[in-house]
Design a protein around this ligand. Structure first.
Ligand SMILES: [Zn+2]
Length: 244
């Protein structure tokens, strides 16, 4: 499988090197900027303190900004299950896309083709568990929306590159907006947390809950992002927790 990667190193990484066995996660991002070359410049500027390991251009070209063996600065304050600050244990991939602030568009077929090859390579090299391939919004739901609801998780799952549920669309459609009773609501929230999402903030409960549910929906129920729990979401998370 042909995968061409060029180098354009960023100074924004942590010394010393990390061990290969430390790498357990792959975090996917969009750049959220209008201009591709400005996005690359930003990730390579000493002033910004941000970076990622890889950058996937709209034309499918991949640039390596930080070698895998160093921690890049892409995740910020983040949590998944019991892991906090995921920079230390992850590889970050920035996929160029204007993002929600600039007329959020579809990712390009060339980007997805390249991304699939890159993911395949990284999964094999670091023996990454597919449960640990996540979006930035999954690990920082109160701050981040990327890579967003246009990111084709389901398509990548068909190539066995990410985790997906096993309920068909037709079944799910009939469950949409069906209200949960109190008990189901508690189970739903608990299951989100068991799956990996951070706990809802007690002090700002409603707002925090809405953002965490939205992050879940941006990943697993992309056609309706309303931040409200319903029976469709309830069944999806339940199915995701089943061991296969
Ligand atoms: Zn991000």
């Amino acid at each position: 499988m042909w995968l061409k990667i060029t180098n354009n190193y960023s100074p924004n990484f942590t010394l010393p090197k990390r061990r290969k066995s430390k790498i357990k996660f792959i975090i996917l991002h969009y750049t959220g900027m209008k201009n591709e070359s400005s996005a690359i410049k930003r990730l390579c500027s000493q002033k910004t303190n941000v970076s990622a390991h890889y950058f996937v251009k709209k034309n499918g070209d991949i640039i390596n900004l930080v070698p895998d063996s160093y921690e890049a600065w892409h995740a910020g304050k983040s949590k998944w299950k019991n892991t906090i600050s995921l920079n230390k244990s992850s590889i970050g991939i920035e996929i160029h896309n204007e993002g929600h602030e600039h007329k959020y568009k579809n990712f390009t077929p060339k980007q997805l083709k390249s991304l699939k090859k890159l993911l395949r390579k990284l999964i094999e090299k670091y023996k990454i568990n597919l449960n640990n391939i996540l979006g930035h919004s999954d690990i920082a739901p109160e701050r981040k929306k990327d890579p967003g609801e246009k990111f084709p998780w389901e398509e990548l799952a068909k190539s066995n590159l990410v985790k997906w549920h096993k309920i068909n669309h037709h079944t799910l459609k009939n469950l949409r907006l069906k209200k949960l009773d109190k008990k189901q609501e508690i189970i739903f929230i608990k299951n989100l947390n068991i799956y990996g999402y951070k706990k809802i903030e007690k002090l700002n409960y409603d707002k925090s809950k809405k953002l965490i549910v939205k992050a879940f929906q941006r990943h697993f129920r992309q056609s309706l992002i309303n931040g409200k729990s319903d029976y469709e979401c309830f069944m999806i998370i339940k199915n995701l927790l089943k061991p296969y």
